[in-house]
Design a protein around this ligand. Structure first.
Ligand code: ADP
Length: 419
């Protein structure tokens, strides 16, 4: 890759951000321009493991041609004339390797100087992003049991890149890290105390999103941002977080990303007695229960139709209505619980796919929270404006698009001392 040199004589540098999910890989390239990060490319590989497809856009919104991206087996990747072999290839590795072959042609000569990864679990030790080497990767692999459906996917591109480009610095940014400010009373399960010491505790997730949104609300509404804020991250995966002065004090997800709100296909909070019943009286296996709770429950399980909020909203089926009503009921109930943890509420923020785009869900949640001082302008809500509440409302209500990738890029720069 030839480094482009600007008129001022300095080479142009870029950071790649990788966010791997179970069936998708999101990525962004940020150029380092002065002290600022400018989004140069953002894209998505969907259908990983089935029929992968990439779409990518320049920072200004123009779509990039993606024909050059072919999902070829890792063993066929030629690196400096050598064919590289990497152990444990999986579909996420294949998607990442395809991205890695496609990317150099899109960088306009900028040089990649670091890669930041979203890693769902940092365990109880990591409250900050971390530069990755082989021992760190091994440690993070050891946490896979705490996030079996996420951690292996997050680590696959890291492993590939350590083999392909060991010289290129990589940084892990953890979804759990932001919640390490929580008091112990919020982290505890009421089990014998040795379980807490052994790591069975509430970790919380979506931390990169909460960190970004917390910072934005502090800019938009400094007084509320310095006070008591609830952020509702409502997407395929959904959770909520209570922030006091920008720091996490409580959150709805716990030991795993299964706890709390019902989600697209995940059950959310469940009476543990249900699990005992499924095992004892229905003889369900561990695998069957895991599939039930992660993939067959939530909006999909309740509606019998779809995990996708847009589909449910468009449906006239009573079960679709019931699924949405249960979802908004649970969001409002969790808001009440988080407000108790905060001792009141100054601002409520909606973010992620449903939070940013579903006026109907926001309206229903806010209606259920009038008792807490939540009040919104219906027209502002229909238009998904930044601020939904009228002047003088006891609680200000906001729609703030999240940007986990920018947060990862910033952490990567800071961790590598690039800014
Ligand atoms: P992920 O957790 O995979 O990042 P997203 O944050 O992209 O998920 O959220 C996906 C959810 O957002 C889906 O349920 C989708 O239906 C919902 N969504 C996206 N746009 C809209 C919309 N205009 N109205 C209602 N729901 C929407």
């Amino acid at each position: 890759m030839t480094a482009a040199v600007s008129a001022a004589g300095s080479e142009r540098r870029a950071i790649l951000v990788v966010n791997t999910g179970s069936s998708s890989l999101k990525f962004q390239v940020f150029n380092l321009a002065g002290g600022a990060l400018q989004c140069a490319i953002r894209g998505l590989i969907e259908g990983v493991g089935t029929t992968p497809q990439i779409r990518a856009w320049r920072g200004d919104g123009r779509e990039l041609p993606a024909e050059g991206l072919a999902l070829t087996p890792i063993g066929q990747i030629a690196q400096g004339g050598q064919v590289e072999q990497v152990e444990h290839p999986d579909t996420q590795s294949l998607a990442f390797d395809a991205l890695w072959q496609w990317l150099p042609g899109q960088l306009d000569g900028a040089r990649l100087i670091g890669v930041g990864h979203r890693v769902v679990h940092g365990g109880s030790l990591h409250s900050r992003p971390l530069r990755i080497d082989a021992p760190v990767l091994a440690e993070l692999e050891g946490l896979a049991a705490l996030a079996p459906l996420h951690q292996p996917h997050n680590l696959a591109p890291i492993r590939s890149l350590l083999a392909l480009r060991p010289d290129l610095p990589q940084v892990a940014c953890f979804d759990t890290a932001f919640h390490r400010t929580q008091p112990i009373e919020a982290e505890l399960f009421a089990l014998p105390m040795h379980f807490y010491d052994e790591g069975v505790r509430r970790y919380g997730f979506h931390g990169l999103s909460y960190e970004y949104v917390g910072r934005r609300i502090a800019q938009l509404a400094p007084q509320a941002g310095a006070g008591r804020v609830i952020v509702a991250h409502l997407g395929n995966g959904s959770s909520m977080c209570a922030l006091r002065a920008g720091r996490s004090v409580a959150t709805t997800m716990g030991f795993t990303a299964l706890d709390g709100l019902p989600m697209g296909t995940r059950s959310g909070n469940l009476d543990p007695g249900v699990l005992l019943h499924l095992m004892r009286d229905r003889a369900m296996s561990l695998q069957q229960i895991e599939t039930l709770l992660y993939q067959q429950s939530g909006l999909l399980g309740l509606s019998g139709l779809s995990a996708d909020m847009r589909m449910l909203q468009a449906s006239s089926e009573p079960r679709a209505r019931l699924a949405i009503d249960h979802f908004t009921y649970r969001v409002a109930r969790e808001a009440g619980s988080l407000a108790a943890a905060l001792g009141g509420l100054d601002a409520l923020v909606f973010t992620a796919g449903i939070g940013e785009h579903s006026a109907a869900v926001r309206a229903a949640v806010c209606d259920r929270l009038r008792w807490l001082g939540v009040e919104i302008d219906l027209q502002a809500n229909l238009e998904s404006r930044l601020c939904l509440s009228p002047e003088g409302a006891a609680v200000s209500t906001w729609v703030i698009p999240t940007d986990e990738e920018r947060m990862i890029a910033e952490h990567t720069c800071t961790t590598l001392g690039l800014n």
